[in-house]
Design a protein around this ligand. Structure first.
Ligand code: IMP
Ligand code: MG
Length: 173
């Protein structure tokens, strides 16, 4: 059994403020396509992209799953939605919710490079640096966090908790 921590780890106001900075850095880096990884980054992508507000910027989605219904990564990554993706020659910003072991991001970047984009940079809302097991980094990071399982603002546990506006720690009871 799990329950939410007594207070949010990151509040809506903190997220909003951090996204202002991230959005201006990303705007200056001039990407052609934001490629967002479903489902966890849907809220982050919506909020961030509205702050970038660039008429030329395309938005596309792919889906990656590795977790099943546990809080531990299985290490195998299933990627879908690649069939219709047109990223050849384009400057891509890949957006995911959280960089944990790095398995997902590494698999995504390796797979996407085969589609011959001009470049790929990566952006995550949250980074758990201490959890990394593969060589993988994000070019843009919202918040560095400790090794705690978090939910809310798009992040789930067993498909629940995504709609919370803040980021919360999930505690075992
Ligand atoms: P990685 O492959 O271990 O880096 O895990 C990345 C994916 O696992 C993310 O896209 C999330 O979907 C999920 N994940 C990792 N840590 C958490 C967490 O603390 N809360 C919710 N999902 C997580
Ligand atoms: Mg995910």
């Amino acid at each position: 059994m799990y329950k939410l921590s007594s207070a949010p780890l990151v509040t809506s106001q903190q997220i909003d403020k951090r996204l202002d900075t991230l959005a201006s850095e990303i705007k200056a880096a001039d990407f052609d396509v934001i490629l967002s990884v479903l489902t966890g980054s849907y809220i982050f992508t919506a909020d961030l992209s509205r702050k970038i507000a660039d008429t030329e910027l395309e938005i596309a989605f792919i889906k990656a799953s590795s977790y099943g219904d546990s809080t531990e990564s299985k290490g195998t990554v299933k990627i879908s939605g690649l069939e219709k993706l047109d990223i050849k020659g384009k400057r891509i910003l890949l957006i995911d919710d959280i960089l944990d072991t790095g398995n997902t991001m590494k698999a995504l970047v390796e797979t996407l490079l085969k589609l011959e984009p001009a470049s790929i940079k990566t952006c995550v809302l949250l980074n758990k640096e201490s959890r990394r097991v593969v060589d993988c980094h994000a070019d843009f990071v919202g918040f560095e966090i400790e090794d705690k399982f978090v939910v809310g603002y798009g992040l789930d546990y067993a498909s629940k908790y995504r709609t919370l506006p803040e980021i919360w720690t999930l505690e075992e009871v």
